[in-house]
Structures are given as structure tokens and as C-alpha cells.
Write a protein that binds this ligand. Structure first.
Ligand code: N01
Length: 539
């Protein structure tokens, strides 16, 4: 029936709203505009960059190599931009994203310092109404949720949390003005990537650093170094091939695990492989052997190797003992990529407080009280992470068809088809989030893959004169089951990680990303598209 299939003649303000000006939001604006669409962006921060705008804490770097953690869609940009180090600093990545935004005129699409409060779907018109904390209201046919997966900060509800009268910061909301640590007693709560990256840098300046550790983490030295002119030239000459290999990989970077399992080789070969991947540095160590996060035996061999390394780096064996994780298989929480973390505990001005044996009782006006001591502090840093993957979405009142809310629909865990869409929420797309490889992959190529898929999908809708696309209920059920099944085949669900929602009290315990691999995921998305967007309802 042509009437049903014709887009409503009442006009909306713009074709699409993009929420978030981080890596995925910027590319979404670029791509949708290239299709001739009108786009309006909202961003709560004062500028572009998303994660890289907010996480300005000392030592903040990406743990994916700079040459891979960069857009591939613009060959000239890829050739012109030169990264200075193997692992880029937050500052350099932010400068890069600002450069991309300027180069492609993307800033003008965004309304900054504007937080989206709600997005509500109207079935009659087929439009979303997006309302902000500044009182703005914009209608759009499509809604792209590029809200980030590690963007909703978590400040745990520790008794007395707000009573501290010294300087207090969260690593994920770091101030823009320089923070001076000199002569100060600094407490850091949290030893995930943010804590582990910042502690050694802060320790170089502060009078004293007290590290409040609830769970120790595995961390591997980054092996960061400046990139030489020769290396840069080599990478630039072979970029297309590097990107091709990245797209064929499990994690969106051009690395593949050793061709045999850890238990299929003898002790000497195993050691040689671990030595090699230790030298490479960083979280890729979790992928040295393909079975490392699948078989506990294989995992134990990696764990033992790293434990010995930690003991080598830390002078005091009792401190080393406490820095070695015992509660999760290695790699089932994001392995941290550090620069001098364990060695920092050899300094006289760094103390470790083990919250497993002496928990925090309260935060006081002038420090932190544990079950056995009071630590006087001038500064308290929350390196306590994020309400990951779903937190930024659940903080927006998202209402789809029949008044259903995303919060309720996802109350028992995120429910998507391909991570891209949810049943009951037509013409809304989720970027790089739950149900996709997301945080398990290189976010930049991940964003490109999804935005390109969405763009093709919109072409398909236009070609068929369709009004809306929505994930079918059965397709969502099956994809959720597929994601769970893939996770259940690994050791990941055994860790109390933010992947599992375990860091947020009351959050359902579900492994949120799709762990079937970046290349596989891309193939599945392509097959769905080729089959006429199988599993989606198009009206
Ligand atoms: O956050 P986290 P993050 N009392 O959740 C502790 C990416 N990232 O910001 O483990 C005491 O990992 C908590 O303890 P526990 C990367 O993907 C990447 O560090 O829950 N402690 C934990 O130690 C990373 O995985 C880069 O027992 C409390 C810490 O706070 C992700 O972002 C850099 C507590 C939080 O660690 C998140 O990293 C930075 C409480 N009540 C981030 N609540 C790179 O690219 C929480 N904690 C290198």
C-alpha cells in the first residue's frame, strides 16, 4: 500500500539527530551528510572528542597503537596525519579528532554543552523528538545514539563520599586546567586502566600517593616509543593492506594469535611466544595464544608467566603478592597497558592499601578511613570507572513505539539485534555498543563499519520508499542468545568485570559485548544486509 510506505509529508526539523561528538558520532555526521541528509548533533561537552575530551588525567593514552586507532575512510588524512608515538597520548588523539572535525566541517553540525534528556518516538509522524537540558526540542526521522560506552562515570556511593574538603576528581571528568600534585598527599581509589596509567605519573610529582586497591589487575608494560620517520613511511606506504588485515582480525588491529594453542606446544615454545608478546606490550598479550581466554589450562600458563614478571618488577614480595590478581583469569578483564605501574610501588612515596583486607569505612573531610587506619589526604582521585556500555543510554529517557522505554526493555540486560537496533525503537541506531564487538575491538574501525552499514541501510530504505526500519523481536531474541552463547564458550563470564556489569551495584550480570570477533561480526552484518536486512521489519 503506497500510503503506508510513503514517508510522512509533515516535515521534521532534520533527517537525523546524532547524539555524541566522539569517534563514532563524528563519522556518523560525516557519512550521513555525504548522503545528502540534514543532521543535527548534540554533545554534552564543550568540544568534540568524546572519551578523549574527558579523560585528561595524567598518563592517559590509548592502548591500541596510534596508526591503527585512527580513521581509515579518508586516505588523504591517513597519509597527511603523522602520529608521534606508538601509543598516542590523550592530547594527541584529541588534537587528531579536532583536526578531523575541522577538515570535514563537522563541528558546525553540533550543539555543544547540551545534554539530551529524552528521545521520544511518535508513531503517527514516524519522527523522534529529541529534547535537551537547555530546553531545545528537535524532531528527526533517524536517531543515532553515539553516546559512548565508557562515558557515564561511576562515583561509588562510599559513605562520606561528598564530605571530602580537599581537591577531588574523577579520571573520566578530568579538569581542563592543569592539576598540581606537588607537595600533596594524593589518594587514588581504583586500579583499572585509569588508575594504573595515572599512578606512576602522579607519583613523580606528588609528595605521597596512597593507592586504594580493591581488586588487583593484570597490566603489561606498553613498550611505548616514538615512531621513527622510517616506521611512519613504511606504515603509510602499506596502509590499505594494514587496514585489510585489521578488518580480517578478531579485534580490529592487524594482529593474529599464534597459530597453535598454548597447550599444543612445549614449555620452551610457550615461553618464547609469551616473551615475544610481552615485548610487543600491552593488552594484546591476552591474545598471544588463541585459546588463552577459552581454556583455563592455557590461561594458567599465561597467568603464571605474568605473575613471575610482576614479582620481578616489585621489590617487596609482600606488596607483589597483593598486586597479583587471584580473582579472575588473565584477560577476562581488560588487561591494562601501563608505563611503570608496578615499579611505582618501589618508590618511597607510594603506598598500597589493600581494601580486601582493610575496606574503606568512610571518606572523611580530610582523607579516607579504612577498617584499620585513617589516611590524611590533600587530594582524592576517583579512578572508579564507568557504568559501561549501557550507562549513557539509560541516563536518557528513550521512548519507542507504544510508549515502551529502553530502560524497561533492557532492565535484564541490553537487548539488541547486531548491537545496532532494538525491537520497539524504529529508526534508532546504537553505535559501538552492547551486542557488538565494541570495547573488544578497535573502536575507530568499529565505528566506521557500523556507520557504513547504517548508511547502506538508509540507501536501502530510500530505494524501497520505506518509512522505517526496526529490529524484529525474534531477531533480537536470537542475537541476545547468540551473544550469550559466544560468551559462555569463554572464561569471560567468570570475572566480575564491567563487561559483565559487575562493577555497578544492582546492574544485571550479562556479558554485554559480542565476543565472536570483529571480522565475523562484520560478515554477519554484511550477510544480513545482503539478505534484504533479514530480521529487521521494514515498513
Ligand atoms: O575503570 P575500571 P577504568 N571501592 O572499571 C575500583 C578503558 N580505558 O576507568 O575491580 C573501591 O576498569 C574497581 O575495583 P574492582 C578500558 O577499556 C582504557 O580504570 O571493582 N574501589 C577498579 O579497580 C578500561 O577497562 C584506557 O574491585 C572501587 C576501578 O575502581 C575501561 O576504560 C585507559 C569501587 C575501576 O576500574 C575502564 O577503566 C583508561 C569502590 N566502591 C580506560 N568502585 C587505555 O586505553 C570501583 N572501584 C589504556
Amino acid at each position: 500500500d503506497k500510503d503506508v510506505n510513503t514517508v510522512d509529508t509533515r516535515t521534521c526539523d532534520v533527517d537525523a539527530v546524532v547524539i555524541g561528538a566522539g569517534i563514532s558520532g563524528l563519522y556518523a555526521v560525516y557519512k550521513l551528510r555525504a548522503r545528502g541528509m540534514s543532521v543535527h548533533g548534540f554533545e554534552s561537552a564543550a568540544g568534540v572528542g568524546g572519551t578523549w575530551f574527558h579523560n585528561r588525567y595524567p598518563g592517559a593514552r590509548c592502548d591500541v597503537e596510534s596508526i591503527d586507532y585512527s580513521y581509515s575512510f579518508d586516505e588523504d588524512l591517513q597519509q597527511e596525519w603523522t602520529w608521534s608515538e606508538r601509543f598516542a597520548t590523550q592530547e594527541e588523539i584529541l588534537a587528531y579528532l579536532e583536526h578531523v572535525a575541522d577538515r570535514h566541517n563537522l563541528r558546525g553540525a553540533f550543539e555543544f554543552l547540551t545534554r539530551v534528556d529524552s528521545t521520544v518516538y511518535d508513531e503517527d509522524s514516524g519522527f523522534w523528538t529529541v529534547t535537551t537540558d537547555t530546553g531545545r526540542s528537535v524532531t528527526a526521522r533517524f536517531c543515532i545514539m553515539a553516546t559512548g560506552v565508557l562515558s557515564a562515570t561511576n562515583r561509588p556511593d562510599i559513605p562520606g563520599r561528598d564530605s571530602f574538603t580537599g581537591e577531588s576528581y574523577h579520571t573520566g571528568e578530568w579538569p581542563h586546567d592543569p592539576v598540581d600534585f606537588a607537595g600533596k598527599r594524593v589518594g587514588v581509589i581504583g586500579t583499572g586502566s585509569s588508575g594504573i596509567q595515572s599512578i606512576p605519573v602522579i607519583a613523580q610529582e606528588a609528595e605521597q600517593v596512597v593507592v586504594f586497591q580493591r581488586s588487583p589487575n593484570y597490566s603489561i608494560p606498553a613498550g611505548n616509543r616514538p615512531l621513527s620517520d622510517e616506521q611512519i613511511a613504511e606504515v603509510k606506504a602499506s596502509y590499505p593492506e594494514r587496514r585489510r588485515l585489521a578488518r580480517l582480525s578478531g579485534g580490529g588491529t592487524p594482529f593474529t594469535p599464534y597459530p597453535k594453542g598454548a597447550m599444543e606446544v612445549d614449555e620452551a615454545e610457550r615461553r618464547r611466544v609469551y616473551d615475544e608478546w610481552w615485548q610487543r606490550g600491552g593488552y594484546l598479550f591476552a591474545k598471544a595464544f588463541p585459546d588463552q581466554t577459552v581454556s583455563i589450562e592455557a590461561n594458567d600458563s599465561a597467568r603464571e608467566y605474568v605473575e613471575a614478571k610482576i614479582r620481578d618488577m616489585v621489590n617487596d614480595p609482600e606488596v607483589a603478592d597483593q598486586l597479583i590478581p587471584t580473582d579472575h583469569p588473565i584477560g577476562t578483564k581488560r588487561i591494562v597497558t601501563d608505563d611503570g605501574y608496578f615499579e611505582a610501588f618501589n618508590r618511597d612515596n607510594v603506598a598500597l592499601v589493600n581494601l580486601r583486607s582493610t575496606p574503606i569505612a568512610e571518606i572523611t573531610a580530610d582523607g579516607v578511613r579504612t577498617s584499620d587506619s585513617h589516611y590524611p589526604l590533600d587530594m582524592l582521585i576517583f579512578a572508579t570507572g564507568f557504568d559501561a556500555m549501557t550507562g549513557a543510554l539509560s541516563r536518557i529517557d528513550i521512548r519507542g513505539r507504544d510508549g515502551r522505554t529502553l530502560r524497561e526493555e533492557w532492565a535484564a540486560g541490553p537487548r539488541t539485534y547486531l548491537g545496532l537496533a532494538s525491537h520497539g525503537f524504529p529508526n534508532m541506531f546504537f553505535m559501538v555498543g552492547a551486542g557488538s564487538p565494541s570495547v573488544l575491538a578497535n573502536m575507530v574501525l568499529m565505528a566506521e563499519q557500523q556507520v557504513d552499514w547504517i548508511s547502506d541501510c538508509l540507501d536501502h530504505l530510500d530505494e524501497h520508499n520505506a518509512r522505517a526500519i526496526e529490529a524484529g523481536e525474534q531477531a533480537v531474541d536470537e542475537w541476545v542468545a547468540e551473544c550469550n552463547e559466544k560468551a559462555a564458550g569463554t572464561l569471560f563470564p567468570s570475572a566480575n568485570s564491567w563487561y559483565m556489569g559487575a562493577n555497578i551495584p544492582g546492574k544485571p550480570r550479562v556479558f554485554m559485548p559480542y565476543i565472536g570477533g570483529f571480522a565475523n561480526y562484520g560478515n554477519i552484518c554484511a550477510e544480513v544486509a545482503a539478505a534484504g536486512y533479514k530480521g529487521f521489519d521494514i515498513v
